[in-house]
Write a protein that binds this ligand. Structure first.
Ligand SMILES: Nc1ncnc2c1ncn2[C@@H]1O[C@H](COP(=O)(O)OP(=O)(O)OP(=O)(O)O)[C@@H](O)[C@H]1O
Length: 345
């Protein structure tokens, strides 16, 4: 439904996006993740031509946006809604009037506007707050206004640029649930950019990882979590674990790993990933027994990603290098995905 074809975006001599090809399917939630400066915002802004790519094409539902006249482009842009990290609401307008704004700009009558805005208020759970002003509502509520406003013109695609980055984890979850609900109920395609794997894990179907302006890895979210191929992806997944470890534990862990790195210890940090039936097998205790290791479990989690159970364990393993290697080989043979995280966390 959206084809990004060989898109390059240059600013002076900075190549913010380099020859990116991506294909986004109708009805999916597609995540684009990367570190700060990777080029995510620039890329997502080319999708509605807020940035006009230096070269390449953006094809939306068969229409090449880069070839449109200014008037045609204005029309095509109505099919693309966008939400932002800092909400971009007008402070002098009420919740209702913020949502009504795109409809006013499109020349709709008062009655048409009411017929559209009332159900949107309902959808995002803000009917009771319709007359409040942005300064009188919370961050999560502001983003709900942003979402309703983005939906006012019945877009085919919703672009989300770090829409939950300014929100606390609880509010983030509720906004992501709302996006999921809109995706399901309206069949709306969502392209979401974030620097947090948590966000990708929670709602995306597929993900592309960006680094230095390029897409370095992409796939189904579950596959990427099970078996990240690129160092940057591993680090972004490692962040999820680091984020959930208590600060003191993380600091001590980093010290131990630094000592091991300097040749003064035998600690290794691993992440094991399991799916489906692997979860009930005693592979870990068998590996510990057979290869005479100590395992210290630091973090464990079972999630549902795309409807499938996905378990991940962070383990500090201690033993001789030979035994560690053999144990990891054994675990891999049992279908466990094993990754060493020493340099990642
Ligand atoms: N208008 C601009 N003029 C010059 N350079 C720019 C412009 N916009 C972005 N860049 C540069 O392009 C690169 C990619 O920036 P971009 O904002 O797309 O990254 P990002 O992955 O979205 O990061 P962040 O999450 O920090 O916004 C950066 O090096 C940035 O400095």
């Amino acid at each position: 439904m959206i084809e990004i074809q060989a898109v390059t975006q240059r600013f002076g001599n900075v190549e913010a996006v380099r020859k990116v090809d991506l294909s986004i399917r109708k009805g999916e939630i597609f995540g684009i993740i990367g570190r700060s400066g990777a080029g995510k915002s620039t890329l997502v802004r080319t999708l509605n031509l807020l940035n006009r790519p230096t070269s390449g094409r953006i094809v939306l539902d068969g229409q090449d946006l880069t070839s449109l006249s200014a008037a045609q482009l204005r029309e095509a842009r109505r099919g693309i809604g966008m939400i932002f990290q800092h909400f971009n609401l007008l402070s002098s307008r009420s919740v209702y009037d913020n949502i009504a704004l795109p409809l006013e700009l499109a020349g709709k009558s008062k009655a048409e506007i009411a017929a559209k805005v009332e159900p949107l208020l309902e959808l995002v759970g803000l009917t009771a707050l319709r007359d409040r002003y942005p300064a009188q509502i919370s961050g999560g509520q502001k983003q709900r206004v942003g979402i309703a406003r983005a939906l006012a013109n019945d877009p085919k695609v919703l672009l989300s640029d770090e829409a939950t980055s300014a929100l606390d984890p609880e509010t983030t979850r509720s906004i992501l649930e709302l996006l999921r609900k809109i995706n399901k109920e309206l069949g709306l395609t969502i392209v979401l950019i974030t620097h947090q794997m948590e966000v990708i894990k929670q709602i995306c179907d597929r993900v592309a990882v960006m680094e230095a302006g390029q897409v370095i890895e992409q796939g189904e979210v579950l596959d990427v979590f099970r078996q990240p191929r690129h160092e940057v992806t591993r680090a972004l997944i490692g962040d999820v674990i680091a984020h959930e470890l208590p600060k003191g534990v993380l600091a001590r862990l980093r010290e131990r790993l630094a000592r091991a790195d300097a040749g003064q210890g035998t600690d290794h940090l691993f992440r094991f990933a399991f799916t489906g039936n692997d979860v009930d097998q005693p592979h870990l205790s068998e590996a510990v027994r057979r290869f005479n290791l100590d395992f210290n479990i630091l973090h464990g989690q079972i999630d549902e990603i795309q409807g499938q159970a996905f378990g991940s364990l962070a383990i500090l393993a201690n033993g001789t290098q030979d035994n560690i290697n053999q144990a990891m080989q054994y675990l891999r043979e049992q279908g466990v995905v094993v990754e060493e995280l020493n340099h990642v966390i």
